[in-house]
Design a protein around this ligand. Structure first.
Ligand code: SAM
Length: 208
């Protein structure tokens, strides 16, 4: 059960306050790695957990994907709906935390985990649970900040417990055959919250 002292609920309130303003905190364009990975794939069903204000969901829907997304922020849901309407597409966006989302196993062609940073006690079970949503052959796309990110000060959680190493992420997804699994530096320009040289982990692989 979720209580007021629950860090997950706290994350929802925190992000809801960040999304309150009219401007999109991460902009309205999709994440670069997500866009690049999606380009080579035939459209199908896509799941986006922790989807915030909907930039990735709307991009995918514009390219023919049937998108399910969720996030605990009501403002995120509202702004995602607005963005979808502006582009004349539909997305199914639920306002809930991960532990309340009714995940359908084995039905998705792709799963996008874009900057959904969880505490280490939750990360492995949460990611393994999410990976169950993929069909065999379905694709995992992920971009997350590495443990080297705080020194750069260009975005991401300040808490080192919510930052990742490549090793731990590869271990989190035992059923994914990775084509790309790397830590790299790249310039990120996403709204006002992600700006500048950044240290990220990028994953792309198929469910076995
Ligand atoms: C850095 S934002 C990224 C948003 C979006 N993925 C994007 O790339 O624009 C992280 C998001 O994860 C969501 N989040 C944090 N903890 C969560 C949880 N336990 N379940 C679902 N979403 C969560 C937050 O509400 C927030 O919108």
């Amino acid at each position: 059960m979720t209580t007021e002292s629950d860090p997950e609920l706290h994350a929802g309130v925190f992000w809801d306050q960040r999304y309150r303003d009219e401007a999109y905190a991460f902009g309205t364009e999709p994440n670069d790695w997500f866009r690049e990975c999606l380009e080579g794939l035939p459209a199908g069903r896509l799941l986006l957990p922790g989807e915030g204000e909907g930039r990735n969901a709307v991009h995918a829907a514009r390219h023919g994907w049937r998108v399910d997304a969720f996030d605990p922020s009501a403002h995120g849901q509202r702004k995602a709906g607005l963005l979808a309407r502006q582009h004349g597409v539909e997305i199914d966006y639920r306002c809930c935390l991960l532990d309340a989302f009714r995940l359908e196993p084995g039905v998705y062609d792709a799963l996008g985990i874009i900057f959904l940073h969880l505490p280490s006690t939750q990360r492995t079970p949460a990611y393994r649970h999410l990976a169950k949503a993929l069909k065999p052959g379905g694709v995992l796309i992920a971009e997350l900040y590495s443990k080297d990110q705080p020194a750069l000060g260009t975005g991401g959680p300040p808490d080192p417990d919510k930052l990742y190493s490549l090793d731990c992420l590869e271990t989190d997804f035992p059923d994914i055959d990775f084509r790309v699994a790397r830590q790299c530096r790249r310039d990120i320009h996403e709204g006002c919250l992600h700006q500048g040289p950044s240290s990220v982990i990028q994953l792309f692989g198929h469910k076995t």
